[in-house]
Design a protein around this ligand. Structure first.
Ligand SMILES: N[C@@H](CCC[C@H](N)C(=O)O)C(=O)O
Length: 281
């Protein structure tokens, strides 16, 4: 008999994932499920699959998150999904706390829920911890990359996952599908890389378009927004607080002077729920 899995489709600034509670449904091959279910014509359609589960260390965290891109690759962190998980846990009654400790492959992230009328999570602030920058020992890559005939000057920022942020003058017209794909797989990035194309449009306001490793063009990227804000601050384009305006919505980012952490605030929303057969059974 084919087993079916109950899923919830959610989006954070238009970055859409399929969420499954692994305390109720075991997903033995998440890479395969992410590929099959993310497909728009034959699956549910999404940027990837997110598994919500029990943490390995229950003393340090309340819940855990695993994130798989649409191509099945697993990432260390997802900013938009972390906010959606906060909303999921609270509004489905799995927690009554307004502060949740979420275990990820890149550390425990603290989610602060902003609750309206006692029952609705209107937005979430996530402590994304400290960014890892280009000059630190873990990454020694170039800050100038070539893709076809064009040169991209950029800043590498790791927010648990890798980002190359490049400021351009033609944000509305640049072919991000073309250049994003080339830069993602540039030999400087053996693990591939997420690419943010950004342009300052107003004081502390940065229009950003995203090419995600493993998913392609997305409407928004939470870790990418944090990386963009950090890159903008480091290159003197913005202050420590900026608004990152992406195709699917805007996130408020603060790169705190006090503790060096990056704080991301933004929305989370339910789209729909359903049942899908477990792939391969
Ligand atoms: N959309 C996410 C990041 C998802 C993972 C990324 N594509 C990677 O492979 O590193 C976000 O909101 O942070």
């Amino acid at each position: 008999m084919r087993r079916t899995v109950h899923f919830t489709k959610m989006q954070g600034a238009g970055n859409d994932y399929i969420y499954v509670d692994t305390q109720l449904y075991d997903i033995p091959d998440p890479e395969k499920a992410a590929i099959a279910w993310s497909a728009y014509h034959t699956g549910i359609g999404s940027d990837g699959l997110v598994l919500i589960g029990k943490p390995h260390d229950g003393r340090r965290a309340d819940y855990s998150m695993r994130i798989f891109n649409a191509d099945g690759s697993e990432a260390m962190m997802c900013g938009n999904a972390s906010r959606c998980i906060g909303k999921y846990l609270y509004e489905k009654g799995l927690t009554h706390k307004d502060t949740i400790r979420l275990e990820t492959l890149s550390g425990v992230k603290i989610l602060k829920l902003h609750i309206q009328d006692g029952n609705e999570v209107e937005s979430v602030t996530v402590d994304m911890l400290k960014p890892l920058l280009q000059n630190q020992e873990q990454f020694v890559g170039p800050s100038v990359l070539a893709a076809d005939e064009r040169i991209f000057e950029g800043t590498y920022v790791c927010m648990g996952n890798p980002h190359f942020v490049t400021f351009v003058d033609d944000i509305d017209t640049i072919d991000i599908a073309h250049y994003g794909k080339l830069l993602e797989c540039n030999e400087a990035f053996p693990q591939r890389c997420n690419i943010e194309f950004a342009q300052l449009t107003d004081a502390d306001t940065i229009r950003t378009r995203v090419w995600e490793r493993g998913s392609g063009i997305t409407m928004a990227c939470g870790t990418g927004a944090c990386a963009t804000a950090v890159a903008a601050f480091l290159t003197g384009r913005a202050s420590r607080k900026s608004n990152i305006v992406m195709d699917g919505g805007t996130l408020q980012i603060e790169y705190s002077e006090a503790d060096g952490h990056v704080y991301m605030t933004g929305p989370a929303a339910f789209a729909f729920e359903g049942e899908i057969p477990l792939t391969g059974e």
